[in-house]
Design a protein around this ligand. Structure first.
Ligand SMILES: NC(=O)c1ccc[n+]([C@@H]2O[C@H](COP(=O)([O-])OP(=O)(O)OC[C@H]3O[C@@H](n4cnc5c(N)ncnc54)[C@H](O)[C@@H]3O)[C@@H](O)[C@H]2O)c1
Length: 354
């Protein structure tokens, strides 16, 4: 077991412990006063893990309620939100009850948004079950819902009270979803370099995956501590996301978040190589990583299609947009350019396609 404290305005723990799902009720009860928990999960994760989590609350004498939402990003919207809220009202969930997210980033973002809006605020516990959620989305308090035209356009920054990471849970993750998580994993390796890059190059077998998940958590929490409300340094985590979000939305979410981010990172590497700001050896190292994990980084959209969605990006301001520039593996910086120049970058990079 190891413990990370995220030192934001209201500090909280991230507990890394194999098998902690079965002890979740008692770990949470040691930290928070509550008598009832509402567990939000999805239709894939619920049948596998819900019963064990419910039992852990019952062992502590707590009342438990649950709801299994539809899976995937197409359900992370206002319609599902309204439906779940109605369920919670029907059950009689009160302000002093807990909401527990048991699932991947979709459940985490939905439960997070509910926790920051239902009756003006409920305590939130994150129990991430996907690789992506364990390395990234469960920490930092960002919540987000999509509309038909824009990814995560509705959202808040509202920190959980506790994050419980049980690496055993990702054993049931379908291969496709492990690859999806690799997109964000490679993002962390590119940002951090060093040990995490070495692990990704070597492979996530043995205890490597646990070490990697913790390295990502430490890195993310350091950025969140420095910039809780995402106005500065934390934006480094957007590496590959401007193009990634545009691809995800253009594909109507048929291209998963992590895969879209991987395509966005490869795009930024192409830009950096063309500008001469990274070494060819770094470029080739990254290409080998994508190949090792069988990640398809091709982009089947043209510049005009993607630009439509780039214009809706939250990172745009006064005719400019910020993006993350790669200078070396382990060294990235936040840059801002005119939207027109971003469009030119899209035109040039995508015309020399893939
Ligand atoms: N809030 C943040 O900081 C943040 C950061 C990155 C991504 N995100 C969001 O996270 C979402 C992507 O997260 P994701 O990749 O976890 O997607 P997801 O939640 O849709 O999970 C992927 C799939 O795997 C299934 N699954 C999850 N855990 C499982 C398990 N242990 N066993 C079997 N099946 C399992 C899910 O049911 C789903 O079908 C996107 O909506 C993205 O915008 C949020």
């Amino acid at each position: 077991m190891s413990n990370l404290i995220v030192n934001v305005n209201n500090p909280y723990d991230v507990i890394y412990e194999q098998g902690c799902l079965d002890r979740a009720g008692s770990i949470i009860a040691d930290k928070l006063v509550f008598s009832r928990a509402f567990i939000l999960t999805d239709r894939n994760v619920g049948p596998i893990y819900l019963e064990r989590l419910e039992q852990s609350f019952k062992n502590e004498g707590k009342e438990v309620f649950s709801y299994k939402m539809d899976c995937g990003d197409t359900s992370k919207n206002l319609e599902s939100y309204g439906f779940i809220i109605d369920k919670m009202v029907e059950i009689g969930i009160r302000k002093d009850d807990l909401i527990v997210a048991l699932g991947g980033g979709v459940v985490g973002d939905m439960a997070g948004f509910i926790s920051s809006s239902y009756m003006r605020g409920l305590n939130l516990i994150q129990i991430p079950t996907s690789f992506l959620a364990q390395i990234d989305s469960s920490i930092g308090g960002k919540t987000g819902l999509n509309t038909a035209f824009c990814k995560n356009v509705i959202g808040t920054i509202s920190q959980p009270k506790l994050v419980l990471v049980d690496v055993d849970l990702i054993k049931t993750l379908p291969r496709k979803e492990v690859i999806n998580g690799m997109g964000e994993a490679i993002k962390y390796a590119v940002l951090m370099g060093g040990e995490s890059l070495g692990i990704i190059e070597k492979g996530l077998g043995g205890g490597n995956i646990e070490r990697f998940i913790q390295l990502c958590g430490q890195y993310k929490s350091s950025l969140v501590e420095a910039d809780e409300y995402d106005r500065g340094k934390r934006r480094l985590l957007n590496l590959g996301h401007t193009i990634g979000h545009a691809i995800e939305t253009a594909s109507d979410y048929s291209i998963s978040h992590g895969l879209a981010v991987a395509k966005g990172i490869k795009f930024m590497m192409d830009v950096a190589l063309k500008k001469g700001s990274i070494k060819e050896t770094d470029y080739n190292r990254l290409i080998s990583i994508f190949n090792k994990y069988g990640i398809d980084t091709s982009i089947d959209y043209d510049a005009n299609e993607l630009y439509k969605f780039v214009l809706l990006d939250k990172k745009g301001r006064e005719g400019k947009i910020s993006y993350i520039e790669i200078l070396a593996l382990g060294y990235c910086r936040i840059s801002t350019i005119e939207l027109e120049s971003f469009k030119e970058m899209l035109d040039e990079t995508l015309s020399n396609k893939n």
